[in-house]
Design a protein around this ligand. Structure first.
Ligand code: SF4
Length: 213
């Protein structure tokens, strides 16, 4: 069978991609299942704009490498501020609104371009709110008559990390918005503090043992 015949036999699917590293495994597995993904970029959540552009460039380069089409859809940053930012550090409320904005855009593009199947790379990272994302996406797909291709790709996250490092792909250390950047920095500092405290406790224990003997 020729390559173009194989491609034709596949089911076209519009895949919302949050970044290149998180796209590796979904593309691989969805292709194995017989889907032909087209990447849809709609991530107005990524701040600052330089970071957004860097992630988009990385995604574009990866899509090119795989020969996949990439659609850059609306990145309504003002809309994100209006709809999402007000939730501040209320993580669930904020992420729900953020998923809703991005996946609404995905579904709109899918309808305009005649896709019947949609999916998202948000199902890879264990840091995302999986059930909240499912709830938001399902409602949107049901309302638009689209087939949501929902898979739990979280077990593949370590492999995606390994492959993206191996490929020297740009990898960010926070989800995207300024709130997530602050949360991630806080978490990293807490881990550092815990390690420091554990080391100090171990040192103190060794010193006291040496003192006794
Ligand atoms: S943490 Fe991620 S998903 Fe949640 S609001 Fe921020 S950018 Fe959006």
């Amino acid at each position: 069978m020729k390559q173009d015949e194989r491609t034709c036999a596949r089911t076209p699917l519009l895949l919302h991609a949050c970044c290149a590293p998180c796209s590796i495994e979904p593309i691989l597995h969805l292709r194995k299942e017989g889907f032909e993904p087209t990447i849809c970029w709609t991530n107005p959540n990524i701040q600052p704009i330089e970071e957004h552009n860097l992630r988009l460039d990385t995604m574009r380069a990866y899509a090119n490498e795989l020969g996949l089409q990439l659609i850059v859809a609306s990145d309504d940053r003002d809309g994100w501020e209006r709809r999402v930012a007000g939730a501040g550090f209320d993580r669930e409320r904020r992420c729900r609104a953020c998923y809703a904005q991005r996946l609404t855009e995905l579904c709109q593009v899918a309808c305009e371009r005649g896709f019947t199947h949609v999916s998202t790379t948000l199902v890879v990272s264990p840091y995302q709110l999986f059930d909240v994302c499912h709830d938001v996406f399902k409602k949107l797909c049901d309302a638009q008559g689209l087939t949501m291709v929902w898979r739990d790709f979280r077990p593949y996250y370590p492999e995606a990390t390994r492959l993206s490092r191996e490929a020297d792909m740009y990898r960010q250390n926070y989800c995207g918005c300024r709130f997530s950047a602050a949360e991630a920095a806080f978490d990293r500092q807490s881990i550092r503090d815990e390690r420091k405290a554990a080391k100090a406790a171990a040192r103190a224990q060794m010193q006291s043992k040496a003192h006794v003997s």
